[in-house]
Design a protein around this ligand. Structure first.
Ligand code: HEC
Length: 128
């Protein structure tokens, strides 16, 4: 009998099971990162008011406008509270001139873009 030809089925089958598992994990990660970057809130190539919001406002107010705390500064929600009770002119004024921790956007955005953002806050953020 030739003893050197003995294979070890245990070790081999374990290896052939691990490789497909690793491949599945890697593929899942790639797919997950693709789908999350193609949502309208985070896609930097998107155009329109949603994209203007995503680029300029979401970093502080959150992608859905729910607000958050950054470096101990409480950024208010745009969905409820003061933003919901204040009139359009007040929101427009805050976006244009900033204040209390928020930068002014009058030099970065056009009047039309700021008006579009007020509309976006009313029609998208406060309605959902
Ligand atoms: C650097 C962080 C930051 C960015 C960027 C920012 N904001 Fe703000 N925003 C704030 C803070 C802080 C306040 C609260 C100001 C206050 O208390 O008077 C605020 C207040 C507001 C308010 C008034 C809400 C309220 O409760 O009185 C509106 C409307 C608003 N932001 C809209 C926007 C929009 C639209 C953008 C994007 C163009 C934007 N913000 C970008 C930090 C930010």
């Amino acid at each position: 009998m030739n003893q050197t030809r003995i294979v070890r089925p245990d070790t081999q089958s374990r290896a052939t099971h691990i490789i497909p598992l690793v491949l599945i994990c890697v593929t899942t990660c790639i797919i997950a990162s693709c789908t999350s970057s193609s949502t309208s809130f985070t896609n930097p190539k998107a155009t329109g008011t949603a994209a203007t919001f995503a680029r300029n406002c979401a970093i502080c107010h959150g992608a859905d406008g729910a607000g958050k705390v950054i470096n101990r500064v409480a950024v208010p929600s745009l969905r409820e509270g003061r933003a919901a009770t204040a009139d359009d002119a007040k929101l427009n004024h805050q976006i244009t001139n900033g204040g209390n921790g928020m930068p002014a956007f009058d030099s970065q955005l056009s009047r039309a873009e700021i008006e579009g953002l007020v509309k976006y806050i009313r029609e998208e953020l406060q309605r959902n």
